[in-house]
Design a protein around this ligand. Sequence first.
Ligand code: C5P
Length: 235
Amino acid sequence: MEIRTQMYEGKAKQVLATDQPDQVVVRFKDAATAFDGKKKGTIANKGVYNLKISAFFFRMLEKEGIPTHYIETLSDRDLLARKLDIVPVEVVVRNIAAGSLAKRLGLEEGVPMAIPILEFYYKDDALGDPMINHYHIRAMNMASDEVVAEMEQYALQVNDILTRFLQTKHIQLVDFKLEFGLHQGKVYLGDEISPDTCRFWDTETREKMDKDRFRRDLGKVEEAYAEVLKRIEGE
Ligand code: C5P
């Protein structure tokens, strides 16, 4: 496998073409942004931690029957993945009130939800990823009803699998964001699953172990990413 030209550069990752038309290399960067790109910075070694954490979760989810874009880890920062036609919809699942949900509904951060909440956001940086529902997705031809139903089912399954696993590591899965795409007509989980895209709280101390440390200038950001990796890989 040979890496060719860059196809796309996002805020935290690059996507590079390979000599295989249906495979891409996803390269994880240390660059960090928040608040629709208004806050910019670097988290030392973030790319290395996020790749390892994502690869760990993708392998775990594959074993549980969730199709993911992950093929293999090529190096510290490069992951080989199936090339997806990304559905421009971010799927957020929430177990505990935090972030934009707490703000929008006037909830105190940390209040548990009676059932997991599933939300959709239109993936558009210029618009600040506005929240949408099934009607917008169909009306704007973002995805078919069948694809949306599969994304919902997978997202809730991912929530169950990761919540159960992380509990054994004394981590609460507060909320997270997933992205999906199509590959040869089938729905796959794409993007990453990391402290950039999830809220992880220590079960006992409720200390934040995710990108909120960067967003809110809480310090010890790299340490938090390292601790998540250490806990999930630990026996
Ligand atoms: O900001 P908000 O509370 O809506 O975020 C919910 C979850 O989705 C958080 O875990 C956050 O890290 C993730 N998210 C993301 N990318 C976005 C928006 C949210 O990874 N563009």
